[in-house]
Ligand binder design. Structure first.
Ligand code: FES
Length: 103
């Protein structure tokens, strides 16, 4: 079952290029993408660098520390699927964002 969790007003999120948000104890990075928004876990699985601080190139975020890449649409890691991060759907409702959590 999908639950939509409120992330607050878009204008209040600090995109750098991802915006870090804490949802039920877990840090998640929200990114603008294709005119909307998407989200992945914020901690890089390699050495825990915050992916919100990476560089976005062609739908991927490049980790600032050792340059691993993660697909913003799926969370897939270019180094191997064992390193994939969790991906989350994000929707905009008026001036706020909501993130999908699967139970
Ligand atoms: S911490 Fe992200 S690639 Fe090393």
């Amino acid at each position: 079952m999908t639950r939509w969790v409120d992330l607050g007003r878009v204008a209040d999120l600090r995109f750098q290029p991802g915006a870090p948000v804490k949802v039920e104890g877990r840090w998640i990075a929200v990114f603008p993408l294709d005119g909307g928004y998407t989200a992945i876990d914020n901690a890089c699985p390699h050495a825990s660098a915050p992916l919100c601080d990476g560089t976005v190139l062609d739908g991927h975020v490049v980790c600032a520390l050792h340059l691993w890449q993660f697909d913003l649409r799926t969370g897939a890691c270019d180094v191997g699927e064992v390193w994939n991060v969790r991906h989350y759907e994000v929707r905009q409702v008026d001036d706020r964002l909501e993130l999908a959590l699967e139970d």
